[in-house]
Design a protein around this ligand. Structure first.
Ligand SMILES: [Zn+2]
Length: 469
């Protein structure tokens, strides 16, 4: 691809540009007559295109119909496109008109100025294009364009509003009817306030997102999409500890509630595994077995992870081990082989009967959620309830009752085979965005950002070591 400099008006113009990023450099109505360079605070070179604005007779006609006089010529500088690592701006005077009849004043319009910003429409579009690639975060876009992060954020919010809000400010309607919905709540940045999202479980698109975690969110959503749209929905996946189920059943009794695998396991980990581990730790300390207590204290992660996750982590660790060996940084004999996570897990459950029972329940839950026949799934779940009762432990007894109380919604999973992946995917995106600082302090922007992210098939996750090797 070759780039030719065209000397029309002394401006830089390229004959070709990348397909995905157009870089228009010609400013309509602007005559560039001199170009100077200066150095920005950051040390970067700034090309300053000085020139004149074309004037048009119709611009000086007042709303009262009289012809306006030129009053004065205030100067204006607009930030323009970066050229490589250099920045640029345009600098010119524009006329201020005053009406001899009614006294009104007005400024000469600039057709290449982005409304609301002291930048050119070209730079505005370039910022939007960079943001739309979803490759750069706001800080990187600010760096690339020489703009402040707040300006980038304001532009991004405007861009997302244009994409996902209608003229009256409400969210866009779902693109198509949904068969399965998922609803879940999540914590906002300060950890005290909650928000709720409703997703299409097949596409993963967020359809509704609002502050709070009350039934009202469901009512508002149903009003937003309408009852006709809701009539296509067959099932909704949600957590057992929410009011959402009731709200859906009230308004749309045809919808089947399904308690998905993700939430069952989350409840089991939070309210059974963690509690049993703490109880066991206390017991071991009382019995004076401090070493075993210590081992258990560190085991929260491996006890709440699935066996597949542990195996993956072990495989990853083994691979890094090989890399280190290959790099000659370590002599092979220096490496003391640490037991893998799965090995540690097996040791723990081998030594503790109660932990063994937890493992059994977890494995049987996974198996139950693979069933595609409600009768078979019911049998599996009843088997789990029996194990919980036989164990006699108070946390397991609670879990047994928990399964009984939500039995219908659990076994409905066999019919409405809702994958846990979409809910987990959204939860991970929320975490990623919060880490990048989008969640603070602007909820609307955070919500729009999530709305946008859920509509992207691939979220690039740049590893931190990318620039080091
Ligand atoms: Zn007038």
């Amino acid at each position: 691809m070759d780039y030719t400099r065209i000397d029309a008006n002394g401006q830089l113009a390229f004959t070709q540009s990348f397909d995905f990023l157009m870089i228009p450099s010609f400013l309509h109505g602007f005559q560039n007559n001199a170009t100077s360079t200066k150095t920005a605070k950051s040390g970067r070179t700034v090309f300053c295109f000085e020139g004149m604005l074309d004037t048009f007779e119709e611009d000086r006609v007042c709303s009262c119909g009289a012809k306006m006089h030129i009053n004065d010529h205030p100067e204006i500088t607009l930030r323009h496109l970066p050229f490589g690592s250099s920045l640029s701006c345009v600098h010119f005077e524009r006329n201020r008109y005053v009406c001899p009849r009614c006294g009104k004043t007005k400024l000469q319009p600039i057709c290449f100025k982005a409304p609301g910003h002291m930048i050119t429409a070209e730079l505005y579009q370039y910022v939007c294009d960079l943001l739309a690639t979803n490759t750069y975060n706001n800080k990187e876009v600010a760096e690339l364009t020489g703009l402040g992060q707040n300006t980038v954020k304001t532009i991004d919010r405007g861009r997302l509003r244009g994409l996902y809000r209608t003229k009256d400010g409400s969210l866009i309607k779902p693109e198509k009817p949904a068969k399965f919905l998922g609803i879940d709540e999540f914590k906002l940045h300060n950890g005290y306030r909650y928000a709720t999202h409703i997703i299409d479980m097949e596409t993963g698109h967020i359809l509704w997102i609002a502050g709070g975690k009350k039934k009202q969110v469901v009512y508002d959503f149903i009003e937003h999409v309408g009852l006709e749209w809701m009539s296509h929905v067959e099932a909704v996946a949600c957590d057992m500890n929410s009011d959402f189920q009731e709200a859906f059943e009230e308004k749309c009794p045809h919808i089947q509630t399904v308690f998905d695998y993700f939430h069952i396991v989350k409840n089991f980990n939070d309210k059974v595994v963690s509690e049993v581990r703490k109880d066991e730790q206390r017991r071991l300390i009382q019995e004076g077995d401090l070493e075993a207590a210590k081992a258990l204290k560190k085991a929260r992660y491996i006890l709440t992870s699935s066996r597949t996750t542990l195996q993956e982590k072990d495989a990853q660790a083994a691979q890094e081990h090989v890399i280190h060996k290959g790099s000659d940084l370590f002599k092979t004999q220096d490496i003391v082989r640490k037991p893998g996570q799965e090995e540690r897990y097996d040791k723990l459950i081998g030594e503790n009967k109660l932990l063994f029972t937890l493992d059994l329940v977890k494995e049987k839950l996974t198996l139950a959620y693979k069933q595609t026949d409600e009768c078979l799934m019911a049998q599996e779940v009843i088997g789990i309830i029996d194990i919980c009762q036989a164990a006699g432990n108070r946390h397991l007894l609670w879990f047994g009752r928990f399964l009984e109380n939500h039995f219908e919604g659990i076994i409905a999973h066999a019919t409405y085979h809702i994958s846990a992946g979409k809910i987990e995917g959204i939860n991970n995106k929320i975490k990623t965005l919060r880490r990048q600082g989008y969640g603070y302090p602007d909820d609307e922007y955070f919500f729009l950002k999530l709305f946008d992210m859920s509509r992207r098939s691939y979220v690039r996750n740049v590893p931190s070591h990318r620039f080091c090797d």
